[in-house]
Design a binder for this molecule. Structure first.
Ligand SMILES: Nc1ncnc2c1ncn2[C@@H]1O[C@H](COP(=O)(O)OP(=O)(O)OP(=O)(O)O)[C@@H](O)[C@H]1O
Length: 283
């Protein structure tokens, strides 16, 4: 039977300035090894939802279970089983040096010096940041900080990874490498991945299911294909339609019957075939 690792049901939160966020609508459910992308425009409640899952916030009502326990009441569970990457990444870099920062979790859990060293080097190699290990975190670039924070999130081999806008500030090569790393972790270790973003193109590359948030409400759960083939979802939820999908819709409107896909090679072949065919028909 599939193990449910996260279950959030109609939680409400009141911030100190009295802003109320009601994350009701559909229950938010994540099973072991699932890759979930949470899409929503600015202020739709993505970070608020993730902050409850990671136990940083406690709801005023509703229920939240992470690995069958309340995360706000079980900080040990969170630190051992959850790997977290915050949106404002500076807030989570704790060590003076990159090495110290990645080693923070393992040291706290009493791992031996040698095991920590091996693991820090291993994860630094995976993320291509070994050359940064002796550097002070303060002087890292934005993208480097994000990679270091991700290394800190992965080093404990968590059951659940919670990532808030992980690809902001990353160059295309870093983005591709980190996507590959996340998908590999997911495959090899059955790590559940929860990513909040408004970068819709990630859906195709990093989602088994997509939850859509709109003004705090969890309004929909869909597969990537269902999202990408339904233009109305983008308009209704103030999400940017990726250029490639817009192009496909335009071609469809002009009479070319092309499947909606993000596979550039497949798409190019389809377009070329159809253009060749129509050229033949004319001549
Ligand atoms: N610490 C806070 N104090 C007061 N209000 C807050 C706080 N954090 C978030 N909010 C409010 O809660 C609502 C949801 O914000 P949240 O940050 O969860 O949205 P988001 O979907 O992550 O947005 P973005 O994509 O811009 O990061 C917004 O109206 C926001 O102003």
């Amino acid at each position: 039977m599939t193990k449910r690792v996260v279950h959030v049901s109609c939680i409400k939160h009141k911030y100190l300035d009295k802003t109320e966020v009601d994350l009701c609508g559909l229950d938010f459910i994540v099973n072991q090894g699932e890759r979930i992308v949470i899409l929503g425009s600015n202020g739709s409640g993505k970070t608020t939802l993730l902050s409850h899952i990671t136990g940083l916030l406690e709801p005023t009502s509703g229920s939240i279970e992470v690995l069958n326990r309340n995360p706000a009441k079980n900080p040990d569970l969170v630190s051992q089983k959850l790997g977290v990457l915050f949106q404002h990444v500076e807030e989570q870099l704790l060590g003076p040096t990159v090495y110290d920062d990645i080693a923070f979790g393992p040291r706290n859990h009493g791992w031996s010096k040698q095991v920590i060293k091996n693991k820090v080097y291993e994860i630094a190699d995976v993320l291509g940041i070994r050359h940064l290990l002796n550097k002070l975190c303060h002087y890292l670039s934005g993208g480097e900080k994000r990679k270091v924070a991700l290394a800190g999130a992965l080093v404990m081999e968590p059951e659940i990874l919670v990532l808030d806008e992980p690809f902001v500030e990353l160059d295309p090569i870093s983005k591709k490498e980190i996507l590959q790393t996340l998908n590999k972790y997911n495959q090899d270790k059955k790590t559940a991945i929860i990513v909040a973003t408004h970068q819709v193109e990630l859906v195709y590359k990093l989602a088994d299911y997509v939850y859509i948030l709109n003004q705090g409400e969890v309004i929909d759960k869909k597969t990537p294909k269902e999202i990408l083939t339904n233009k109305a979802i983008f308009e209704k939820n103030n999400l940017e339609l990726p250029h490639m999908v817009q192009l496909l819709y335009n071609l469809k409107q002009a009479g070319l019957d092309i499947p909606i896909t993000f596979d550039v090679d497949y798409l190019s072949k389809e377009i070329i075939d159809q253009l060749k065919l129509s050229k033949k028909e004319i001549t």
